[in-house]
Design a protein around this ligand. Structure first.
Ligand SMILES: [Zn+2]
Ligand SMILES: [Zn+2]
Length: 203
């Protein structure tokens, strides 16, 4: 049964010793991960189910596959209302065990595939799931395609009706990029900076 958990962990000890397959599943209402030296939190609108299976490939290499379905809370690019963005992510990643590694990290394997390197057989998937989620998140969202945005003079939410400036700043001229830089996935800091250059399949 899936249960709410603080940390998505998968236990790979017996896989590493005896080649046994490993499985983990649960639900997350947030993810905590370390980026640089700082602890970051990614919150979800509702419990996000995850399921992962890991199979042995060789002495210290494995393959992880599974699914993760987080519902992100992003801001409308025009009016800053909260928008729920459900994601349905397929996971597929090579794993390599290296006992000298302290914090798991992602890199690109020689084959070009994504490779998660870890040193603790009790593998914490928080950073990996957070990175995968941030990479799949849309650059910007609108709460409604017809969102009228905020008045550029007074900040009034024009979805609620006109303000005294509406005649001077026609709705058509509202800049679509308004409010973007912070909410954009490209500028958002991610726990594994190197992965940004990877070519991931579109979800
Ligand atoms: Zn809006
Ligand atoms: Zn105004």
């Amino acid at each position: 049964m899936a249960g709410m958990t603080d940390q998505p962990r998968i236990h790979l000890g017996s896989l590493l010793r005896a080649g046994d397959d490993a499985h983990a599943e649960g639900e997350l209402d947030h993810l905590q991960y370390v980026q640089g030296k700082e602890r970051q939190t990614l919150r979800f609108a509702r419990p996000a189910p995850f399921e992962v299976d890991v199979n042995s490939l060789s002495q210290d290499e494995m393959y992880l596959q599974g699914s993760f379905e987080p519902t992100l809370i992003l801001e409308c690019a025009r009016c800053l209302r909260e928008v729920e963005v459900p994601l349905d992510l397929s996971l597929g990643t090579l794993l390599r065990y290296d006992p000298t590694v302290e914090e798991p990290y992602l890199e690109e394997a020689e084959s070009g595939e994504e490779l998660l390197v870890f040193g603790n057989p009790d593998l914490d998937l928080s950073g990996y799931l957070a990175e995968t989620t941030l990479l799949a998140a849309p650059l910007s969202v609108l709460h409604d395609p017809a969102c009228k945005g905020l008045c550029q003079v007074c900040g009034h939410d024009l979805n609620l009706g006109p303000c005294e400036h509406s005649a001077q700043v026609p709705v058509e001229e509202i800049d679509d990029e308004l409010g973007l830089p912070q909410g954009s996935a490209h500028t958002r800091q991610t726990p594994f900076a190197g992965l940004r250059d990877l070519d991931l399949p579109d979800e």
